[in-house]
Design a binder for this molecule. Structure first.
Ligand code: GUN
Length: 293
């Protein structure tokens, strides 16, 4: 078994981006600028957004954090988005999800200018991605593709089983893995709450991408020998031995499944860091497009 080391791979990608930023600035351009909108005080969201902002600093990007109250109205939030859409100093921005109940995620996603939508959530980007056109690809799937690529994981003709059909991970991941390119050309099955014989499906996977948000859902007896496992789960589970009071648990029972897997991502240190690196890569692409549209 080999670990698909997201921490190390993300660092390599971030070093490459940092080198690009230096060259970009040498040509007289201002550094790429990512903005993040954070509504409310969701603990996990605060952690993720802070990690994204810190990563910007490390590669030489500018960044800004727009913090808004969880009582903000939808109209006010849409106004903030419009300001970012029209701000020439910002190359890309994200609105961290989830959002409070009074706000429609769909309306927010639709309000972001697709050219600044570095999360790749706008239908224009998802549609373009599906059609193999230039597009911002959502950061988590983009990060997973980068990880498979850098470890030269064979994907052509393999059976890739994606657990979960979320718009952020499962759905785009299934499209990417079936595209006529590398990584891709896999035969893809998406499993969800209505899937019959789920365990048989999982057992038939050559590549398993688990994104259901259920800690330790995939057990050792459900997978076949030699499977490549990508664990997208990051559920916070109470753990009083930790300073933070919790630990992160993946969708895959690592100890059991790693005994049978050829490759596996750990949690933490797998998909999470790759997501952040992919977001930086998207922002770099956005900044380059600004200079040369
Ligand atoms: N919430 C969970 N994952 C993400 C993500 O990739 N982007 C945003 N904006 N919110 C999220």
């Amino acid at each position: 078994m080999r670990i698909l080391d997201g921490k190390e791979t993300s660092q390599a990608l971030r070093n490459e981006i940092a080198d690009e930023v230096v060259k970009f600035k040498e040509k007289g351009n201002r550094p790429p600028h990512l903005a993040a909108v954070l509504v409310g005080n969701n603990g996990a969201s605060i952690t993720y957004v802070n990690a994204k902002i810190k990563a910007c600093e490390e590669v030489g990007f500018s960044s800004s954090l727009v913090r808004l109250s969880d009582t903000i109205s939808q109209a006010e939030l849409l106004h903030e988005i419009d300001k970012l859409n029209n701000d020439p100093a910002i190359d890309g921005f994200i609105v961290q999800l989830p959002l409070p109940d009074q706000i429609s995620e769909k309306k927010v996603i639709m309000a972001v200018n697709p050219k600044k939508d570095v999360d790749g959530f706008h239908p224009q980007n998802l549609g373009r991605m599906a059609l193999n056109m230039h597009a911002f690809v959502p950061a988590t799937p983009a990060g997973i593709i980068e990880l498979l690529d850098r470890y030269n994981i064979e994907t052509g003709g393999k059976h890739c089983v994606v657990l979960g059909r979320s718009h952020i991970v499962g759905l785009p991941m299934s499209i990417l893995m079936s595209r006529n390119t590398y990584p891709g050309n896999a035969t893809v099955t998406i499993c969800h709450s209505h899937t019959r014989n789920l365990e048989d499906m999982i057992r038939s996977a050559d590549i398993l991408i688990a994104a259901v948000g259920r800690p330790n859902f995939v057990r050792g007896n459900m997978v076949k020998e030699g499977v490549v496992v990508v664990d997208v789960g990051i559920t916070r589970v109470v753990d009083t031995t930790k300073k933070s009071g919790y630990r992160l648990v993946g969708d895959v029972h690592f100890d059991e499944v790693s005994k049978k897997a050829a490759f596996i991502t750990p949690v933490p240190g797998g998909v999470g860091p790759m997501t952040i690196a992919a977001l930086l890569k998207n922002t770099m692409i956005g900044a380059r497009r600004r200079v040369k549209p």
